[in-house]
Design a protein around this ligand. Structure first.
Ligand code: ADP
Ligand code: ZN
Length: 761
């Protein structure tokens, strides 16, 4: 063991509080490791000044780094420091320990395991759980705004007060969030601060100075309204509650058809955990669009849950983080990053729509939040419930292997039955140029409107047209930064790159041949469908539901309400409409181009298409009127399409499993993507060749590539891809680590490693 330098500072046998300090400490001084929220390879050594009691493991502590002062976490990494950097005197001293509950060991182990699995620096993982610097400071009294009782009555239409849409939005924001500063409430509601102030003046909202201690109190008491579960639901809920009561790690798949009441069922398990005084984390994909989920939560529990996603305002993030860390916030619903919040008393994790591809984060630390949620549950020794009507193949295989248990809800709740699915063979339909709705779909729409019911048209393409072409010279509009076409957006009169966000105005002339009036849109986007629907059904009220039109949770909630209140006859949308919505009068779903997702080399293309179209179709006929789904496809004999038409999900999954097993693909084999990128093509090629020469040659491991990535240029960087394919028994991370460590990359070259890649762009 390397020698440690004895400290030369005057040794005192007592610390500031008069407690005696262990003699070893006094004689030799002592260092601690601090993990900083930065992409460094590991924790750094700091010196505990002689006479100071060493901070507890997990403490949040201020330390110097270069000229900066940063907050990190005392890490109990007991590995011996390397010889050479141990000159104790030269270590910088630790600073103040912040008055926060230390990060508990389970969370520290979780950070390490995520880092090891994803091959990301541990500090980069820690940063995801510490992203609110200010939250680390003690709270100060603040002026905050809440809804007044009169406001609640007005929202429930229980008073004569008439609300303008903006005032209603503000009141809803105040009802759904913890006390907020006026500016934040205004921002969330998408209006000026004046609207909030006027509500305060009229007594519908109130503002007061909230003392610091009160900010530390829990939100209102949780009212648990009882829901009468159906027999199926009660049996399923009973099994989930049994898992919660047994404690210990377990994974349960709640597998129920769309509309079976999976949410009500897992709410019962949540209620059990809350009653036991423990915390719950619910992950939802695209939480910003889950207004209906929040409403149901309020109906069941009487309050809004704390939320954690990219749209939450700063003050709310800070309060939520502190509330979670102190154990005072009992439940958080959030997007994937909520997984890294410092829950000290976590008792249950629920991952709703567990198959959803948006659980995979592709930049920064590349991780699959569903998989990491299972890891977190295992490290914490608690149950986790994965919820879906179309579970991922990974999860289904884990059930088959006996690692996960399955709880099923095979029927829709109450009278509702599953919709009838019909394929429209587009090879046989006669279509007019520039039209995308087939005759059967047009007549189905007409019937639906005539019956006073609603329809949903689904097309997974934003904008007006995916490609704009010059009729005179053939010029195509391409992004300046990416190898991708620009997509025309008519509402904003722009050509937009869906990969980097680059936007330009639609020019009056072709920039190549300078002819006027020759640019033609090719193919459909949702905006173009809206035109077609308006032309064919001038009386129908149509609305778009697309992520670039919905500016946040409020806009989504308003659109959902307009749908429920029958101000809309037909909703036209991309995949944001597929998720979670429950519209009782919606009886027809039309899928305009079902084949879109099957193009491209994604190994999960078939699985994803099945999941997405099944979910979209699941929006039809959820109440007492029967629904139907029309799917336009050029490949009606494709297994995905036949499975959708027959409703035989399990047979589709078996066929998919057989194909993946034969190809050695996940979950039967392992994959890692290694992407080299550089500012110029030569540097990218040079680095790719160096990596190729060093590629591992091991049994059970195959390295494919380098190949130009399908998006060979992305955000101005040239990209080359390798795919490492390994048998399941191979330690993939070790192989990749050893490989890339043998290659030195120069200059602008960057390397991105993605374990279990989902995107192959
Ligand atoms: P899933 O998540 O399985 O698609 P939901 O949980 O959204 O299904 O339930 C579908 C609809 O049925 C919702 O409107 C829900 O409120 C209603 N529902 C389900 N179970 C019950 C129940 N036990 N009592 C009352 N309503 C229920
Ligand atoms: Zn671009």
């Amino acid at each position: 063991m390397p020698e440690r330098h004895a400290s030369s500072e005057g040794a005192s046998a007592q610390d500031a509080d008069g407690r005696s300090v262990p003699t070893t400490c006094r004689a030799k001084g002592r260092n601690v490791q601090v993990l900083l929220p930065l992409p460094l390879p590991g924790a750094l050594d700091y010196r505990v000044p002689v006479g100071t009691l060493p901070p507890e493991d997990g403490s949040f502590i201020r330390v110097p780094l270069g000229s900066r002062s940063l907050v990190g976490v005392v890490w109990d990494d007991r590995a011996e420091p390397e010889a050479g950097d141990l000159s104790f005197d030269r270590l910088k001293p630790i600073g103040e320990v912040l008055p926060l509950r230390p990060l508990d060991p389970a969370l520290r182990r979780f950070v390490e395991r995520v880092a090891a699995y994803t091959m990301a620096p541990p500090g980069a993982v820690l940063r995801m759980g510490m992203s609110v610097g200010e939250a680390l400071q003690p709270p100060r009294p603040r002026r905050l705004c809440t809804i007044a009782p009169a406001g609640l009555t007005a929202l429930d239409n229980g008073s004569a007060v008439l609300l303008t849409p903006r005032r209603r939005r503000v009141l809803e924001v105040l009802r759904d969030h913890p006390p907020l500063p006026i500016a934040d409430a205004a921002r969330l509601a998408g209006c000026g601060a004046g609207v909030v102030r006027s509500l305060i003046v009229s007594g519908l909202a109130q503002e007061r100075l909230v003392p610091a201690e009160d900010l530390a109190r829990p939100w209102p008491d949780w009212r648990m309204s009882e829901v009468q579960l159906s027999a199926d639901q009660a049996a399923a809920a009973g099994r989930l509650i049994a898992r919660v009561e047994t404690a210990g790690f377990s994974v349960t798949l709640l597998d129920g058809v769309t509309g079976s009441g999976k949410t009500e069922t897992y709410f019962a398990a949540i209620a059990a955990v809350l009653a036991a005084g423990r915390q719950v984390l619910v992950l939802l994909p695209e939480i910003a669009l889950s207004a209906q989920w929040l409403q149901r939560f309020r109906d069941r529990f009487g309050v809004s849950p704390a939320q954690w996603h990219s749209d939450t305002v700063h003050s709310e993030r800070r309060d939520t983080w502190r509330g979670v860390a102190s154990g005072r916030v009992p439940l958080v619903v959030g997007a994937r990053s909520a997984l890294f919040l410092p829950f000290p008393e976590l008792g249950l994790i629920v991952v709703d729509e567990e198959h959803d591809p948006s659980y995979k984060q592709e930049d920064g630390v590349c991780y699959q939040a569903r998989d990491m949620a299972v890891l977190r549950a295992s490290v914490a020794g608690i149950p986790i419930v994965l919820v879906s009507a179309t579970p991922s193949l990974e999860t289904v295989v884990n059930v088959a292997r006996g690692r996960y248990q399955r709880v099923s809800l095979p029927r829709r709740y109450a009278e509702a039955v599953l919709p009838e699915v019909q394929l429209v063979d587009m090879r046989r339909e006669r279509m007019d140029p520039g039209r995308f709705l087939s005759p059967p779909l047009v007549s189905a729409l007409a019937e639906t409107f005539a019956a006073g019911e609603q329809a949903l048209l689904f097309l997974n393409r934003r904008g007006y047209a995916p490609l704009t072409l010059c009729r005179a010279c053939g010029h195509r509009f391409e992004c300046a930064n990416c190898s991708a076409w620009l997509v025309e957006h008519r509402f904003t009169h722009r050509l937009l790159c869906h990969h980097c966000g680059h936007a330009e105005a639609v020019p009056p002339l072709c920039p190549e041949c300078m002819t006027a009036g020759v640019l033609v849109p090719c193919g459909p986007g949702v905006e173009r469908l809206l035109d077609e629907v308006s032309a064919r059904f001038p009386a129908a009220r149509a609305a778009l539901m697309v992520s670039d039109v919905l500016t946040g949770p409020r806009a989504a909630a308003e659109l959902a309400r307009a749908m429920i209140e029958r101000h809309i006859d037909v909703l036209i949308g991309t995949q944001v409409v597929a998720k979670g919505h429950h519209f009782p009068l919606l009886t027809l779903v039309g899928v305009v181009d079902a084949d879109l997702g099957l193009i491209g080399g994604d190994l999960r293309a078939a699985e994803r298409t099945y999941q997405l179209l099944h979910q979209v179709g699941g929006r039809a006929g959820r109440a007492d009127r029967k629904g139907r789904v029309l799917i336009q496809t050029f490949m009606p004999e494709q297994p995905v399409m036949t499975a959708l038409a027959s409703g035989d999900r399990d047979r589709f999954l078996e066929a998919e499993a057989t194909a993946r097993r034969a190809a050695g693909l996940p979950p039967f084999g392992r994959l890692a993507a290694v992407i080299v990128s550089a500012a110029d093509a030569d540097a990218a090629d040079f680095a790719a060749r160096a990596l190729a020469r060093a590629a591992p040659q091991l049994p059970g491991v195959a390295v494919l590539g380098p190949a130009p990535a399908p998006l060979a240029i992305l955000r101005g960087r040239h990209r080359r891809r390798f795919l490492v394919k390994a048998e399941r028994r191979v330690n993939l991370q070790a192989v990749v680590r050893d490989w890339v460590s043998r290659v030195r990359l120069k200059g602008s070259v960057r390397l991105q490693i993605d374990i279990d890649p989902y995107s192959f762009l």
